[in-house]
Design a protein around this ligand. Sequence first.
Ligand code: DAH
Length: 344
Amino acid sequence: MDEILTRIVSIKEAFQQNLQAIQTLKEFDDLKVSFLGKKSQLQALLAEMKNLTVDSRRVVGPALQELKAFIENTIEQTRQEFVEKKARSAIEKEQNFDVTAYKPGISFGKLHPYSQAVEEIEDIFLSMGYEILDGPEFESDFYNFTALNIPQDHPARDMYDTFWTNKKSMLMRTHTSPVQVRSMQTKQLPLAAIVPGRTYRHEAVDATHDFMFMQCEGFFVDKDVTVAHLFATAQTFLKQLFKKDELDIRIRPGFFPFVEPGFEIDMRCPFCTQGCSVCKRSTWMEVFPGGMIHPNVLKAGGIDPDVYSGFAFGFGLSRLVMLKYGIDDIRHLYGGKLRFLEQF
Ligand code: DAH
């Protein structure tokens, strides 16, 4: 019997040692199996009980039950503490996370090429005294079409593959031009502003078309504004954007319902002198549509066309960004691929 009691003490010691070495949750299960399972020493001792005298059993029996309960309870309690400690240290780790810490080898973020180009374009126009305006992308039929001299049922509406919404007479703006009338209604003259922003058209997506793209509207309204101001503004802007001391422009007639007369302003290809793939061998590129603001548009903005005049233009920002950086597929711009973005 003394021998059995000694074994009970040594089982308890072995258990406590093993318990201290535990590193993972699974090891608690393993420990339970090896100290309480069928092949455990404890079970062997329980089996040996039948060979003992009745008196011995009275001593050994309770001692074994006590050992069993001790092992069970200790495992349960230590396991609970282990789980809680783990959770606490995870929370502490999060709380102590230093977002400003410098990690060698980590690369710093930078602005998207589109944002870089917009900042540059804004700087050029700010230096010419323009302000930067914004307008809603979810726009009304009135500002997107009617106020821009495109009445209901006018065929010019077909130029824009519009995303209509299930809210009556509301749409995703097809161009940034609506901000012209919106700002005429609310701002003082003279008014010189650009509006870079998103526009939407129901287009089949390919390398040069997307259902969402960026445009930049611009306008200047004051007394005695002429086409000469428009052409000079276009040329100054394009020269600065493409970093050229000289950059010829060419003017052709163009139709837009909200301007009269309307123009297509082309620039000499900034990448070649003899014709290249970017300018399709013509040495000219169509980049800057504009014209003199139609009297009906000025009227819609609450401005007297007999006293004031103005010019407006609206170029494709996405297209200009693609030209500036030599990007050949519009889908790269909004694709969010790091391999593409890291080049800028
Ligand atoms: N809103 C026109 C479009 O999306 C672009 C445009 C052309 C704007 C001529 C103008 C302009 O202000 O004068 O097709």
